[in-house]
Design a protein around this ligand. Structure first.
Ligand code: FEO
Length: 136
C-alpha cells in the first residue's frame, strides 16, 4: 500500500500537470517505502536533491502556463513555489545537521503536496484548461 494514493480529487484537469504531480506523489511514496525497509535516513538526501530539480521544472511549467493564460493570482502562486523551494533547502540543512527524521520529512511533504495541489493549484484549473495548446 502506498503512503499517498493518487485519486481524481488531486486532478487539476491539465494532463501534463497531473502527470507531474503524480511524479511528486511517487517520490514521496518512495521515501515511505524506504522508511518501511529501515532505509529512511539514507533516502533523505537523494530525495531532496531529486525534489529540488523536479519541482524547479514543474514550477517553471506551471508559471509559464499561468502567465500565458493571464492567470490573475500568478504572483501569489509564484510566491508559494519560491517558499517551497526554500523549504526544501531548509530540509536539507536540517538533515545535514542531523535534526530531520525521514518521518518528519515524509509527513511534511504529504501535507505540502495535498495542500498545494488541492487548493492553490486547483485554483488555476478554470483559467488554464481552455488554452492548453498555448502553454509553452
Ligand atoms: Fe503543482 Fe503549483 O505546483
Amino acid at each position: 500500500m502506498s503512503f499517498i494514493d493518487w485519486n481524481d480529487n488531486f486532478s487539476v484537469n491539465v494532463p501534463l500537470f497531473d502527470e507531474e504531480h503524480k511524479k511528486l506523489v511517487q517520490m514521496t511514496n518512495t521515501l515511505y517505502d524506504a522508511i518501511k525497509q529501515g532505509k529512511g535516513k539514507d533516502a533523505i538526501s537523494p530525495l531532496l536533491k531529486d525534489l529540488t530539480l523536479y519541482v524547479s521544472t514543474h514550477f517553471t511549467h506551471e508559471e509559464c502556463a499561468m502567465q500565458k493564460c493571464n492567470y490573475p493570482d500568478l504572483a501569489a502562486h509564484k510566491k508559494a513555489h519560491a517558499e517551497f523551494i526554500k523549504k526544501v533547502s531548509d530540509y536539507m540543512r536540517l538533515h545535514l545537521n542531523g535534526t530531520l527524521t525521514a518521518n518528519q520529512l515524509l509527513n511534511a511533504l504529504r501535507d505540502w503536496l495535498i495542500q498545494h495541489i488541492c487548493n492553490i493549484d486547483k485554483d488555476y484549473a478554470p483559467f488554464l484548461k481552455k488554452d492548453q495548446t498555448l502553454f509553452f
